[in-house]
Design a protein around this ligand. Structure first.
Ligand code: NAD
Length: 505
C-alpha cells in the first residue's frame, strides 16, 4: 500500500531555476491519482505576476468535479483509516525528505506563480516542511490516555478521523497554507479534497505528486481546482465532514456561515490589520529592520505583515532609520511583486486616498518597475501622519504599505489596536519587560510579539488569530489542528466482576 512511486514517472516537471519566464503545463484536477479536466471544460489563465504573462492555465471546476473528488476520497477512506498511525506518519516523513530534495524546484515554482522573490519563496516552503515535521511528531503526541477510573474499570481515548475533509486556500502561501491542514488531517486518518487558489495552482500540483511518491494511496488527497463554484460545491457537499478555509475575511465569514448551516465542522481564517506598537526605549537597529521586514517581506501580501505602526511619543529616530532601510531595498531582488493588476490598483488607491486626506507619503512605491520584468509592482511605501479614521489605517490593504499613526501614551496605542475588528497579530517594540508584559497581555490578537515584526508561532505552537481574523474554534496548526480534524472516542470497560464494587464498577 505504501509502495514508492518512482520519482518523476512521466509527471510534470517544473524546470525554472531563475526568474526567467517559464511556461508550464496546464493544471488539471487530481482525482484518484489521475489528472482530469473539469467537467465544464472551462479554464482560467494562470499568470506569472513578475512578468505579467500567462504561464499556463487551470481548470475551473464545479459541483460534478467536487462530486468526483469526494467519491474518490470516500472510496479511499476505509483503507486509509485502517492504516496504522505509524504507517501514516511514515508517508509524512518521506514527504519531508522529498520536499527537502526538491526544495529549489518548489521554491522557484512558488516564486513563478506567486511572485515572491526566491529567498522568501524558499522560506515559505521551509515553513511548510516544518508543518510536515509537526505531523510526523503527532504520532508520539497522541499516544496514551488510559486510566483506571474506578475499581477494575479503565477508560481510554482514541482520536478517530471525521471522514472526507476539505481545505480551501489563498494565493499568498501556495504550499505552506495547504500544509497547515494536510499533515494533521491525513495523520488523523481522513481523506481530503483540496481547493487551491486559482491564482497559484501549481505548488499544490507538485505537492500532490510528492505525496504520491511518498506512498500516499491514490484518492487520499484529491485536488479540485477552480474558483467560487468549486468552493460552493465543497461547502454544500453533504459528504464532506469538515472544512478548513484560509483567505479574506469577507469570504471566510460567508464560507463559515454556509458550512456551519450544513452542520459541518468549520475553521475559517480571515484577513488582518496588524499593529506594531513602538515606544521610545525601543532598540533602534532591531526595531527599524524588523518593522521594515515585516511590512515589506512577501510584498506585504501576508496575513502577518505589519500594517499599522503606532508610534508612542517621540520615536522619530526609528522612523528615520526605517525610511533609510526601506529606500535601500532592491525591488525584484529583496522584495517581490504583487499578485495581479487589480491588487496594484487597490493598493495605489489606498495610498492616493491617504495622501489626499492629509497623510505624508515618506517612502513612495507607486509607479515602481523592475527592468526586464513587466509585471505587477508596488515598491515599499511608508505613510506617516495617518489618522486612525483613514481607510489606510483600518482596512486591510494587503500590499507593501505601512501606515504610521502617532499617539502620546501606551494606553492610547493599545486602545487603538483593540479597536480593530481584526485580531491576527500585534507586537510591541521596547527594551522594558514591564512594558512588553503590559502590552501583550492587553492586545486583542491571537498572535502577539515582543520585538518581533512577524510573530508567527513556530510549531508546535499553533497558528490562528482572533475576532474577524478567524471564524470557528481553535487554531489551524499544532495540536489544535489535529483536534479539529478528528473526534475523540472514549472506551470504558472492565474484564472481570469486582468484589469490591462501587457505583461505577
Ligand atoms: P480570497 O478570500 O480571495 O480567496 C481565498 C479562497 O477563497 C480561494 O481559494 C478563492 O478561490 C476562494 N474564493 C474567493 N472568492 C470567493 C467567493 N466569493 N466565494 C467562495 N470562495 C471564494 O483570499 P486571497 O486573495 O486568495 O488571499 C488573501 C487573503 O487571505 C488576505 O485577506 C489575507 O489576510 C488572508 N490570509 C489569511 C491568513 C490567516 O492565517 N488568517 C493566511 C493567509 C492569507
Amino acid at each position: 500500500m505504501t509502495s514508492h512511486i518512482p520519482a518523476h514517472d512521466g509527471a510534470p516537471e517544473f524546470p525554472a531555476r531563475s526568474y526567467e519566464f517559464t511556461p508550464y503545463i496546464d493544471c488539471k484536477n487530481w482525482i484518484a491519482g489521475q489528472w482530469r479536466d473539469a467537467a465544464s471544460g472551462g479554464a482560467l489563465e494562470v499568470m506569472n505576476p513578475r512578468h505579467g504573462k500567462k504561464m499556463g492555465s487551470v481548470v475551473l471546476s464545479g459541483i460534478e468535479d467536487v462530486n468526483a473528488a469526494v467519491q474518490a476520497a470516500k472510496s479511499a477512506f476505509p483503507g486509509w483509516k485502517s492504516t496504522p498511525v505509524k504507517e501514516r506518519a511514515q508517508v509524512l516523513f518521506r514527504l519531508k525528505q522529498l520536499m527537502e530534495r526538491d526544495l529549489e524546484e518548489l521554491a522557484w515554482l512558488l516564486s513563478h506563480e506567486n511572485g515572491k522573490v526566491y529567498g522568501q519563496a524558499k522560506g515559505s516552503v521551509l515553513k511548510g516542511i516544518e508543518c510536515v515535521e509537526m505531523g510526523t511528531a503527532l504520532q508520539n503526541m497522541i499516544a496514551g490516555g488510559r486510566l483506571e477510573v474506578s475499581r477494575g474499570v479503565t477508560c481510554r481515548v482514541v482520536y478517530e478521523p471525521l471522514g472526507v475533509c476539505a481545505g480551501i486556500t489563498p494565493f499568498n502561501f501556495p504550499s505552506m497554507v495547504p500544509l497547515w491542514m494536510l499533515p494533521q488531517a491525513l495523520l488523523g486518518g481522513n481523506t481530503f479534497v483540496l481547493k487551491p487558489s486559482e491564482q497559484v495552482p501549481y505548488s499544490a500540483m507538485k505537492l500532490a505528486l510528492l505525496l504520491r511518491e511518498a506512498g500516499l494511496p491514490d484518492g487520499v488527497l484529491n485536488l479540485v481546482n477552480g474558483a467560487r463554484p468549486a468552493v460552493e460545491g465543497i461547502v454544500g457537499h453533504p459528504e464532506i465532514a469538515a472544512v478548513g478555509f484560509v483567505g479574506s475575511t469577507r469570504v471566510a465569514r460567508i464560507v463559515y456561515a454556509e458550512g456551519s448551516k450544513q452542520g459541518k465542522r468549520m475553521l475559517c481564517l480571515g484577513g488582518a490589520k496588524n499593529h506594531l506598537v513602538v515606544v521610545p526605549d525601543a532598540d533602534l537597529e532591531m526595531s527599524s529592520r524588523d518593522i521594515v521586514a515585516s511590512a515589506f517581506g512577501c510584498s506585504g501580501q501576508r496575513c502577518m505583515a505589519a500594517a499599522v505602526m503606532i508610534a508612542v511619543g517621540d520615536v522619530q529616530r526609528i522612523i528615520d532609520k526605517m525610511v533609510e532601510v526601506a529606500n535601500d531595498m532592491v525591488l525584484g531582488q529583496e522584495m517581490g511583486c504583487i499578485i495581479n493588476a487589480e491588487s496594484v490598483e487597490r493598493i495605489t488607491r489606498y495610498i492616493d486616498e491617504a495622501e489626499k486626506m492629509g497623510a505624508k507619503v515618506i517612502v513612495d512605491g507607486r509607479n515602481a518597475n523592475v527592468e526586464g520584468a513587466d509585471g505587477f509592482w508596488v515598491g515599499p511605501t511608508i505613510i506617516d501622519q495617518v489618522t486612525p479614521d483613514m481607510p489606510a489605517a483600518c482596512e486591510e490593504i494587503f500590499g507593501p504599505v505601512l501606515t504610521i499613526v502617532h499617539v502620546d501614551t501606551l494606553d492610547e496605542a493599545i486602545a487603538l489596536e483593540n479597536k480593530s475588528p481584526y485580531g491576527n497579530a500585534a507586537s510591541i517594540f521596547t527594551s522594558s519587560g514591564g512594558v512588553a508584559e503590559y502590552a501583550t497581555s492587553r492586545f486583542q490578537a491571537g498572535m502577539t510579539g515582543v520585538n518581533i515584526g512577524v510573530p508567527v508561532p513556530r510549531e508546535p505552537f499553533s497558528f490562528a488569530g482572533w475576532n474577524d481574523s478567524k471564524f470557528g474554534h481553535g487554531d489551524m496548526t499544532g495540536m489544535d489542528g489535529f483536534r479539529f480534524w478528528t473526534r475523540p472516542k472514549k472506551v470504558t470497560g472492565k474484564w472481570a466482576p469486582q468484589t469490591d464494587q462501587n457505583w461505577m464498577s
